[in-house]
Design a protein around this ligand. Structure first.
Ligand SMILES: [Zn+2]
Length: 309
């Protein structure tokens, strides 16, 4: 799996993911379609699909023109407000592009229909990749415009926070410096923030964006996952970075009801989403709540969820 990072607009990232055996390509968040098609042509790949994280103009505005220029294109996303959408995805759904698997992870908060995409490749030692749109960026996240704080917490901590620590994150914006400067104001004694800010100020991230600016350079940063892994190791000395950075181990371990992601040989074993098996009145007698038994496939573990059903 090859990921091409394409900086566009003021600070957005657009991506082209290439399946290297079949030469099929999948684009993520098409804001500038002609720029994307230049790179598709240069790479000699067959573009079949667009994955859109959410409906905002800087992530989806190119869909209509791209669909016109590239007939037969599938435009996928979770929100029916996404331009030119051909099929609406659901949480936990899995897509396949040659050897590349895509698990669709609904991550509401920034918008109510925000979908993140977790990609990995069979029999490949390269780390998996997360395309997180505006749900997660380096040292920050997109503003909560729709949904509740609880939904946003769940998206970040329960859905994205339990992904394998070596996952490389490809986010929607280059906001690293601004996020870290804000973090330092909030937590001036945080050594991790200080070290990461120092790393960011050395221009590692800014260079990536400048390299691909159509007005300033040849455009795009071609990255193999193995190169990204090396980059991640470099960044690990001072903390994570993006795009293509490791998420890092979650600060809080997965709770008893979290799905389990495990590696077996060269394959990721990812259980299907948990299912609610039964529900009943809250054992504490709370009239407004019911409890549900959450069954985790393959894990043999069961947890109790309380909340309005
Ligand atoms: Zn947005």
């Amino acid at each position: 799996m090859k990921v091409k990072v394409i900086p566009v607009l003021e600070d957005n990232y657009m991506y082209l993911v290439i399946e290297e055996h079949t030469r099929e390509a999948v684009a993520v968040d098409v804001a500038v379609p002609k720029r994307l098609l230049e790179i598709v042509g240069r790479e000699g790949v067959s573009l079949t699909t667009v994955l859109t994280t959410h409906h905002h103009w800087d992530h989806a505005r190119g869909n209509v023109e791209l669909a016109r220029l590239w007939p037969g294109l599938a435009v996928l996303g979770a929100d029916e407000r996404i331009c030119a959408l051909t099929r609406r995805l659901t949480h936990g759904e899995e897509l396949r592009f040659g050897a590349i698997h895509v698990r669709c992870l609904l991550t509401p908060g920034h918008t109510s229909g925000h979908m993140s995409y977790f990609l990995w490749e069979d029999e490949c030692p390269d780390p998996p990749a997360l395309f997180s749109g505006d749900a997660l960026s380096v040292a920050g996240c997109g503003p909560r415009l729709e949904g509740t704080a609880q939904q946003m917490y769940r998206s970040l901590a329960k859905t994205l926070g339990i992904l394998p620590p070596e996952t490389k994150v490809f986010c929607g914006h280059e906001h690293t410096l601004a996020n870290l400067e804000f973090a330092q104001k909030v937590e001036p004694c945080n050594d991790h923030v200080r070290a990461k800010l120092s790393w960011a100020k050395r221009g590692v991230r800014a260079q990536v964006h400048r390299q691909g600016d159509p007005g300033r350079g040849p455009g795009g940063t071609l990255q193999r996952a193995s190169e990204l892994r090396a980059r991640g190791r470099t960044a690990a000395a001072t903390g994570p970075g993006s795009p293509g950075t490791a998420v890092g181990a979650p600060e809080h371990p997965p709770t008893e009801v979290s799905p389990v992601w495990t590696r077996r040989g060269a394959r990721w074993h990812i259980p299907p989403p948990p299912t609610l098996r039964q529900s009943g009145p809250c054992p504490g007698g709370c009239p407004a709540l019911e409890t549900s038994t959450l069954v985790l496939p393959g894990s043999g573990r069961v947890g109790l969820l309380s909340g309005p059903v």
